[in-house]
Design a protein around this ligand. Structure first.
Ligand code: 7PJ
Length: 280
């Protein structure tokens, strides 16, 4: 799947949790989720990321059974209407195995396959894996994020997780790395990660970045939102698209976003400018 993808690629978020980050769980039922997936395909999405566990700060854990019930029927149904690459945002070995059987194309794990049995399930699935960095766990990660050296600490984490993957037979070519914006990071940490993203390229793998509608973007825009009394959603969309564009310019291969059409448009403009550079 990875070899077929054109970079930069847009990963559209499809949350199927009752309390998801930004869509209020609107797509909790199968039909609505399918309709929304079709909508993202029309907008030009490259990968759809299906999530059945909320990892928002402080979110309550879900059982594998709940997650399976949310994710697997959707993968199966989507597979019948489209061959769009499907990514599964999960840490659960049971979900990895069942989603792979149902036709998923990528495992996206915010815990980087650290849950018991996850490495083995991912290896058995033969699917590519996105390894995301998170300090702590979703219940406590925003309490007091601390690093000796932010970039170096995350690099060491990636090296350890890559080694763990290789030890169970997952090939390096199957891996994607994600610094995990907002997962055990202050707003300053998040901004530094955007600036220094290209330093992770030394690890030789494509980088995935998810800034979309995260609280750091909201915090940057807070004062202007108050002054103008404008709709939060529109400003967050524009801020998120700007973030995605900067991330791509700084080395991201895949951007994980809520607002597919706007991100696709921004990346088209970027591509036109880049093409002119290559032509002359
Ligand atoms: C991310 C994710 C991210 C990857 C979430 C949200 C929170 N997976 N899943 N990277 N964030 N790979 O969408 O705000 O940043 S859930």
């Amino acid at each position: 799947m990875l070899a077929q993808l054109q970079f930069p690629a847009v990963m559209g978020i499809l949350n199927v949790t009752p309390d998801s980050f930004s869509d209020g769980g609107k797509y909790a039922s199968l039909d609505l989720a399918l309709e929304y997936a079709r909508h993202m395909i029309d907008e030009g999405v490259d990968i759809i990321d299906i999530g059945g566990e909320s990892t928002r700060p402080g979110a309550a854990p879900v059982t594998a059974a709940e997650e399976l019930g949310r994710v697997v029927p959707l993968v199966r149904s989507l597979r019948q209407i489209s061959n769009i690459p499907l990514s599964i945002d999960t840490s659960s070995p049971e979900v990895i195995t069942a989603a792979a059987e149902a036709g998923a194309n990528l495992i996206n794990d915010v815990r980087a396959l650290r849950r018991e049995g996850a490495l083995e399930a991912a290896a058995a699935s033969c699917l590519p894996v996105c390894l995301m960095h998170m300090q702590g766990n979703p219940e406590t990660m925003q309490m007091n994020p601390h690093y000796v050296d932010l970039i170096e600490d995350i690099k060491v984490f990636f090296e350890q997780r890559i080694a763990a993957c290789l030890s169970v037979g997952i090939r390096e070519e199957q891996l994607i790395l994600d610094p995990g914006f907002g997962f055990g990071k202050t707003p300053e940490h998040n901004l530094r990660l955007v600036n220094r993203l290209s330093e992770f390229k030394i690890l030789g793998r494509p980088l995935l970045v998810g800034l979309s509608r995260k609280s750091t973007i909201g915090k940057i825009l807070e004062s202007s939102l108050r002054e103008k009394k404008q709709g939060l959603k529109q400003e967050l969309l524009i801020g998120s698209v700007a973030g995605a564009l900067i991330a791509v310019n700084n080395g991201a291969s895949i951007v994980r976003v809520h607002d597919v059409a706007a991100t696709v448009a921004a990346l088209k403009v970027r591509k036109a400018v880049e093409t002119e550079k290559a032509d002359h």
